[in-house]
Design a protein around this ligand. Structure first.
Ligand code: MRU
Length: 347
């Protein structure tokens, strides 16, 4: 996707370094971070310099390739690779794509360090390319779900920043917009980290898609007023029965959509489907620091980034990063293979 006319991917491998857009600084600054070791790349996943299921999947694959490169320099090749892959896998627990990315590299490693390095680099790049291609195809399939003039609600950021390119939930919206259809997007702010207000709003503005940011919870009134025609969100993990883990707040949005008769679509590449997870109850939900609820970061009018407290001092907070939406609230799941009823899914 273009930023100021220049094509960019969210994350890429450059030699033995991983180069990624710094999503902690967006939309105030557009900068890249260069991670030269597997440990640095893993830390960038953990601290959400890179975030979004597909993007952390590709970053996990690149970090795994770095692990192989690093281990090939020593004399404990297989043991060191195994330790570093476990460290990468421990960064974030919910997005299935992370484990798919690591496994794509693990599958091509054997006891031969030199040959394993070449195969690991190829496998990581192929995994990232496949993510971008799957998202492009999600956009093509998704066009059939929407009509000209629709007002579409989304939550969090499941756009190109959350993947290598194109995005999942936003991909059909970009495809429609580029084809000349009129679409309008209601963007949930998505506290505590504001992925909607910061990232989705910025992406849509880059593409010139009309939109407005809503603070979390406003969308229910918009549905009641008949101002929402459809909802589309991404997913971090989809269980074999079609239950969907996505950014916290998605479940409430799905209940509202059901109540108001608004179709609720989930878009994700098949790397998000976990066939070993029978239902949503088995999906591990990440709990993050209270600090993310207590404080917000943003620029002052003079452009200086500041962090301020927004919650009464002394009050504890709870910060589950995801919730699970049961399959019966999902109208359809959109993948690179087409539009599916949640009950038809197989991992
Ligand atoms: O915590 P994040 O920002 O990595 O959350 C993941 C997400 O981006 C969302 O849950 C998104 O809707 C699905 S992943 C593309």
């Amino acid at each position: 996707v273009n930023v100021a006319g220049v094509p960019h991917r969210t994350v890429r491998l450059d030699g033995d370094a991983v180069v990624m857009i710094d999503q902690k600084l967006l939309p105030w600054r557009f900068e890249h971070v260069v991670c030269r070791t597997a440990a640095d790349t893993a830390e960038a996943i953990r601290d959400m310099t890179v975030r979004g299921a597909g993007a952390i999947g590709a970053t996990g694959a690149f970090a795994a390739a770095q692990a192989v490169i690093e281990a090939a320099r020593g004399d404990r090749f297989e043991a060191e690779v195994a330790e570093t892959l476990a460290m990468i896998a421990a960064t974030r627990p919910t997005a299935q794509n992370l484990f798919a990315g690591i496994d794509a590299v693990r599958a091509v490693i054997d006891a031969d360090p030199r040959a394993s390095v070449q195969r690991a680099i190829r496998a990581a790049n192929a995994f990232a390319d496949a993510d971008a291609d799957a998202c492009r195809r999600i956009g093509e399939h998704g066009r059939s779900l929407f009509r000209d003039g629709m007002r579409i609600s989304t939550h969090c950021n499941a756009g190109w920043l959350a993947f290598v390119d194109w995005g999942s939930a936003l991909s059909p919206i970009y495809a429609l917009h580029r084809a000349g259809a009129r679409v309008f997007v209601w963007v949930d702010e998505t506290r505590p980290r504001g992925q909607g207000a910061r990232l989705t709003a910025w992406e849509l503005a880059q593409e010139g898609v009309p939109h407005a940011v809503l603070t979390d919870g406003v969308v229910g009134g918009k549905m009641r007023a008949g101002e929402v025609d459809a909802v589309i969100v991404g997913a971090d993990r989809i269980a074999a029965n079609g239950d969907v883990a996505n950014k916290v707040g998605t479940y409430a949005l799905a209940v509202l959509a059901k109540h108001h008769g608004v179709p609720f679509y989930v878009a994700a590449p098949t790397t998000t489907i976990d066939g070993h997870c029978p239902t949503g109850a088995e999906i591990p939900i990440e709990h993050r620091s209270e600090d993310e609820v207590w404080r917000v970061t943003g620029p002052t009018d003079s452009g200086e980034l500041r962090t301020v407290r927004v919650v009464s001092a002394g009050s504890p907070a709870m910060n589950p990063a995801f919730d699970v939406t049961p399959a019966e609230l999902v109208t359809a799941i959109l993948t690179e293979t087409g539009v599916h009823a949640p009950s038809q899914l197989r991992g």
